[in-house]
Design a protein around this ligand. Structure first.
Ligand code: C5P
Length: 418
């Protein structure tokens, strides 16, 4: 039997009802749970239900003198191995980012020296709001672990990222952070895992790591209706983001315009142009590793008029181009450079030689080179040559999700070695 203990802070969102199921699953895994509820959480779930599930008193009011005398707010988190906020509303994330402590939950969060996992759940517009994204970046920089919300239909009738992940996935993440074996047999209702067969669902070596992935093409406007693009499908980058999430990482995927579903457990930010992508990459820092898979357009139109360029029978318009920033190269020189920085190189000839030159030119740690002379762009398979300062490792052609998993396992090993 485990002696691991978590302090669960429940805040007030429609997903709060799922916290009861989370407590049930954690207890089945042998983890004890003590709960704190904010005032608004009690509008969604009664403290009595929570108390029945935790088999303990539920804490809520900081100014209850009896409670403060018997077990102070500092003591509550001292007795825990991990503090989990589930669901975490946009409001509590904002308060945490600003260091506000105006109730028991926020006071605990400001006073604790234990690891903290926030599991956000909110309306898609609230999740995508720049203020929330800014707060999340601040919290990551402060060392708070964030579990990416799921994407899907929401209680409010909208669709997108912001849904609370299913309780079994949250329980699994908590176990990984506690170093406690997660027994899937004890968890019913788990959606089928996306791991390749034979992989252990408990192997989450990227747990607690923030991994940034760029994917897809960029579109560079010529005028409001025309743009420059390339043939990148985004599939390899999405497979890498999915593999990172399966290995337990907190994944931010910055995607150019593609028609692909967001992988489970991945926080996706959609962009169009190289300039947008660079701005979102900067905002998403810090990260432990960045994997830059996007086929960023090298050039954009020097001027993109606000009105459509008319075909008036006169001169054929000239397309003047200007260079886009190299996102990978600027990340290599960034004050907040991820510890492991990986670039991709799509080549049609002299693959390894070109990749070696690129490694030096871009200042990254690895270049993953692939031969795009066939139907790799948009196809289902890929073959990688991993070029580092120590040499070249060539992997045979495999399905994009299989090779993505292998790459992320190599990333996990490299991060573990420090
Ligand atoms: O120079 P090239 O486009 O071949 O380099 C490819 C690598 O550099 C990829 O990892 C790609 O995501 C990244 N890149 C970038 N910004 C650019 C061009 C490429 O991040 N403007």
């Amino acid at each position: 039997m485990s002696n691991k203990r978590i302090l669960l802070i429940v805040t007030g969102g429609i997903a709060a009802y799922k916290s009861l199921e989370l407590v049930r699953l954690l207890k089945r895994q042998g983890i004890s749970v003590r709960a704190v509820m904010t005032q608004s959480a009690t509008e969604f779930v009664t403290p009595l239900s929570m108390s029945v599930m935790t088999e303990d008193q539920v804490y809520g009011d900081m100014f209850d003198l009896k409670e403060e005398r018997e077990i102070g707010h500092i003591q509550l988190s001292r007795q825990a191995d991990l503090v989990v906020i589930c669901p975490a509303t946009a409001n509590i994330l904002a308060k945490m980012a600003a260091g506000i402590s105006d109730d028991l939950a926020t006071t605990i969060l400001l006073a604790t020296d234990k690891p903290v996992l926030a599991v956000p759940a909110m309306n898609v517009r609230m999740w995508n709001h720049p203020a929330t994204q800014r707060n999340l970046a601040q919290l990551r920089a402060d060392g708070i672990h964030i579990m990416a919300p799921d994407e899907g239909a929401m209680a409010c009738g909208e669709f997108g990222p912001g849904r609370l992940p299913e309780p079994p996935a949250i329980a699994e993440q908590i176990c990984a952070m506690l170093g406690h074996d997660f027994d899937t047999a004890l968890t019913s209702g788990r959606s089928p895992t996306t791991l390749p067969s034979g992989a252990s669902p408990t192997a989450r070596p990227l747990s607690g790591k923030h991994i940034l992935v760029t994917a897809g093409p960029t579109h560079e406007a010529i005028d409001p209706v025309r743009y420059i693009a390339n043939r990148s499908s985004g599939r390899q980058g999405f497979a890498i983001a999915a593999a990172a999430a399966d290995l337990g990482a907190d994944v931010t995927l910055i995607a150019g315009p593609v028609h692909l579903a967001t992988p489970r457990g991945v926080a996706r930010i959609d962009v169009e142009t190289a300039l947008d992508m660079q701005a979102e990459v900067d905002k998403a820092l810090p990260a432990n590793a960045a994997i830059m898979v996007a086929a960023v357009a090298d050039w954009r139109a020097a001027q993109a008029p606000e009105q459509k360029i008319k075909k008036d029978g006169g001169e054929i318009p000239a397309l003047n181009l200007t260079e886009n920033p190299d996102i990978l190269a600027s990340l290599a020189m960034h004050a907040n450079r991820p510890k492991l920085l990986i670039g991709f190189a799509a080549e049609t000839e002299k693959i390894v030689e070109h990749a070696q030159t690129k490694l030096a030119k871009k200042g990254c740690d690895w270049i993953v080179a692939n031969d795009v002379s066939g139907d790799v762009m948009g196809g289902a398979n890929n073959a990688f040559h991993i070029v580092t300062k120590d040499g070249v490792e060539s992997w045979p052609e495999s399905a994009k999700d299989v090779i993505a998993r292998k790459l992320m396992e190599k990333v996990a090993d490299a991060l573990a070695k420090g």
